[in-house]
Design a protein around this ligand. Structure first.
Ligand code: NAD
Ligand code: MG
Length: 392
């Protein structure tokens, strides 16, 4: 098949290993992975049946590539056991992470005649990954699961670490399970069709990872970030590999988020601020998560300067880099036309954040660039000062 002649598919994918409590798994990064999807996936399938869960945006763009890889594989290996694939497509967007959509998908899945060896394949962004992962965790009390993330955010964040779940009326991601994949295939070729704004938002989480605990990653971002957000496939693949290596280290040491102040908690850098802005905005989709995180990173740096754990110059380095890559660094720059939410509203949301305890907000506070720690001693006066200084 012509796929074999494509130089990008000829190179070996780079592999990041994640250590799990029950089993380990690999994240393959690079280009051309979906084109040779069957080759990578079949060795991880326990039976001869897979169900692809995808969304209405991703299906017309990337499903054919994946399905064709299975057809090509069957032709090349006529004696191999045939693989039967079914496809379930959900509407695109956060609303698919609902109990009602979950119910529909579960009923459709059970109607396909699945058994305990049926593999669930999630082809799409974080919404598809979280929904399909929770379906995999709960169908027949647990099915093998493979992640095929197609957004930058899902390649560097949501497909790694085993958190799956749905939104509830009371808030985001309140229903869920830890369910580890057998394999993650992060094909940077799929990112070519991603809207630029989604790419930039995903980049916000890469910068977050560097600042939270990997100084070399942050410095790599300063040198290469412009090329990453411009969509350079080689740089995108390297950004994904570096960020997954960092996240794999964190989640391998703290798979179930039991470590209070270090461990997985650090991945929430910029998120207490960012979530408050996301919750305060009324129009779904007006503000992307990664955009809120970018502002949150600037605010976390401002907080660190106030508390003496970072310098003004370090804060400016972060703000400058995010601004250069087209991400918001003040509340006024946030997309949407409703203006910055009031400080009172933001404070209210921060004290109700999932990390808050006894009505007191928790913040991951940077210690210089590339180290951080969860703190529960941040005062309301400090938060007000930071919000005022960042455009609220
Ligand atoms: P998403 O899945 O909604 O994808 C964003 C948009 O891009 C959607 O419209 C989607 O259809 C489209 N899309 C996806 N891939 C595309 C492609 N290759 N080309 C063109 N369009 C494409 O959003 P996301 O940003 O990937 O993920 C956000 C979700 O991830 C949130 O629900 C969040 O809670 C969750 N999340 C989970 C974890 C975790 O650890 N499980 C971590 C971070 C975020
Ligand atoms: Mg996040």
């Amino acid at each position: 098949p012509p796929a074999m002649n494509n130089p990008s598919t000829a190179q070996q994918p780079l592999c990041v290993h994640v250590k799990g409590l029950a089993a380990d798994y690999d994240i393959l990064t690079g280009q051309g992975l979906l084109q040779r999807g069957a080759e990578h996936i079949i060795p991880h399938m326990k039976g001869g049946h897979g169900v692809i869960i995808t969304d209405e945006n991703v299906a017309p763009l990337h499903l054919e590539t994946l399905l064709e890889s299975f057809q090509a594989h069957a032709k090349a290996h006529p004696k191999a056991k045939p693989v039967r694939l079914d496809v379930l497509t959900v509407p695109a967007g956060e609303r698919s992470k609902s109990l009602s959509r979950y119910g529909h998908v579960m009923d459709s899945l059970l109607a396909l005649g699945i058994d305990r060896r049926t593999t669930i394949l999630a082809l799409g962004g974080g919404v598809v990954g979280d929904l399909a992962g929770f379906v995999a965790a709960t169908a027949l009390r647990g099915l093998p699961f493979i992640q095929l993330p197609t957004t930058l955010l899902s390649q560097v964040d949501s497909s790694v670490g085993g958190k799956t779940g749905l939104n509830a009326a009371a808030g985001k991601n309140l229903i869920g399970a830890f369910w580890q994949p057998q394999l993650v295939l992060a094909d940077s070729d799929t990112l070519a069709t991603l809207p630029e704004r989604e790419l930039k938002a995903g980049y916000g989480e890469i910068v977050k990872s560097g600042l939270a605990g990997d100084k070399a990653l942050f410095e790599w971002c300063e040198a290469n970030g412009a090329g990453v957000v411009a969509g350079d496939p080689t740089l995108l693949a390297e950004a994904v590999r570096r960020t997954c290596t960092f996240k794999a280290r964190i989640v391998s040491a703290d798979e179930h988020e039991r470590n209070e102040t270090t461990g997985r908690a650090l991945l929430n850098l910029g998120h207490t601020f960012g979530h408050a802005f996301e919750t305060a905005q009324h129009h779904e989709g007006a503000l992307l998560h990664g955009e809120a995180v970018a502002l949150g990173l600037c605010q976390a740096m401002a907080l660190a300067v106030l508390r003496g754990s970072a310098t003004e110059e370090e804060k400016q380095r972060v703000t400058r880099h995010l601004a250069q890559t087209g991400l918001p660094t003040t509340a006024q720059e946030l997309p949407g036309d409703h203006g910055a939410p009031s400080i009172e509203v933001l404070l209210h949301h921060m004290t109700r954040d999932k990390k808050a305890r006894d009505g007191k907000a928790a913040f991951v506070v940077p210690h210089g660039l590339g180290a951080s720690q969860l703190e529960r001693t941040v005062t309301t006066a400090e938060i007000r000062q930071v919000l005022l200084a960042t455009g609220c």
